[in-house]
Design a protein around this ligand. Structure first.
Ligand code: HEC
Ligand code: HEC
Length: 307
């Protein structure tokens, strides 16, 4: 929908154009008749002369050309009656590109759902072992997930690797379904102002040391105490994380935001706010299920081999 004045402008402008075309035809036809009517020497000429002998003739428009012109005008008028085009006038056929799109999407969804109806009540594990279902799921992944998680699902900085059996939010069937359907929001609070410069250095040293990284021993020791006070509530007393909060395991040398000293420092100082969008409304039950099965299959490659 466009504004009323714009709509009126388009209707009037289009009407003027069509009328002008008709008038142009009538006018050229009329002058031709007038010129050829006279039987004197100037018949069929406009009287315009250049360079002494170069004369402009006034021949009739070829009939086929005139015919095409008329057909074009009639077509235009017909089109504008049937289809939307004249401002806000919807056309007598009530056709719209948005409507056609909706219709196609609905048909496509219905076909998809019915084609996969037989898969509805299979378990994720069964689906993960079904190579046809997984071929479809791979396409779904490319279209909906690869943009963030990578086409090989190995992730990138800030986007978790989905193939390493190392989970922020848990990797069992129910958790995977929930993650994809409802999305996840991982929030690591900014603790820079609480800890201060030295405090951040110490606790970052401790975190780095947990996965075998090198750090000054006195910082590591002081950091361990701070960790016990500030971090265990979410990351757990053994720093192995908590899937209910999406708090990562800090001991396994698998990093979402980087495991070098500077990155760990930045995470602790500024916090992280990381979101996996919900896909239930976008994709519907069957597709969410297929994708959960696909993620499962990526972590148990033997399933593919079995088929
Ligand atoms: C806009 C980017 C984006 C898209 C699109 C996206 N994800 Fe995610 N996904 C994320 C982020 C970011 C996280 C990590 C959330 C966090 O830090 O807690 C995540 C987390 C996950 C997790 C949890 C991983 C774990 O370790 O627990 C799974 C499973 C997952 N995504 C699967 C998918 C699937 C399947 C799709 C396609 C339907 C998808 N994602 C689409 C950004 C995205
Ligand atoms: C309120 C809960 C909470 C507290 C308290 C908390 N964290 Fe976190 N932390 C998280 C969550 C959730 C994430 C994951 C953020 C994401 O999904 O991007 C995280 C991520 C991290 C990461 C990034 C890990 C990676 O793989 O890149 C580090 C490092 C970290 N936390 C260290 C700490 C330290 C050190 C403390 C204490 C000073 C601390 N956290 C306190 C919840 C918490």
């Amino acid at each position: 929908m466009i504004s009323q004045p714009a709509s009126v402008f388009i209707v009037v402008f289009t009407a003027i154009n069509i009328v002008a075309c008709l008038w142009l035809m009538w006018w050229t036809a009329r002058t031709r008749v007038a010129a050829s009517d006279s039987s004197n020497e100037g018949a069929g000429k406009t009287g315009h002369v250049w360079d002494g002998d170069l004369e402009e003739l006034n021949n009739p428009l070829p009939r086929w050309w005139l015919g095409l012109f008329i057909i074009t005008i009639l077509f235009g008028a017909g089109y504008l009656t049937f289809y939307p085009g004249l401002g806000n006038f919807a056309g007598t056929s009530e056709w719209s590109s948005a409507g056609a799109y909706e219709e196609q999407i609905a048909t496509q969804r219905a076909t998809f759902e019915s084609r996969l109806a037989s898969l509805q009540d299979r378990s994720l594990r069964e689906l993960a072992g079904n190579s046809n279902a997984m071929a479809t799921a791979k396409n779904l992944f490319s279209a909906n997930c690869a943009g963030c998680h990578g086409s090989d699902a190995r992730g990138a900085k800030g986007f978790p690797n989905l193939t390493d059996s190392d989970w922020l939010w848990g990797g069992d069937e129910q958790r995977l379904l929930e993650t994809i359907a409802q999305g996840r929001h991982g929030i690591m609070p900014a603790l820079g102002s609480v800890l201060g410069e030295t405090g951040v250095n110490e606790v970052a040293s401790y975190v780095v040391s947990l996965s075998g990284g090198k750090a000054p021993a006195d910082w590591v020791q002081a950091g361990e105490k701070r960790f016990a006070m500030l971090c265990v509530a979410c990351h757990g007393p053994d720093a192995k994380g908590n899937p209910l909060l999406g708090a990562p395991n800090l001991t396994d040398n698998v990093w979402l935001h980087g495991g070098d000293f500077a990155s760990v420092r930045a995470t602790i100082t500024n916090g992280r706010d990381n979101q996996m969008p919900a896909h239930q409304d976008l994709l519907g039950d069957t597709k969410v299920k297929l994708l959960a099965a696909y993620v499962l299959s990526l972590n148990e490659p033997a399933m593919h081999a079995a088929n």
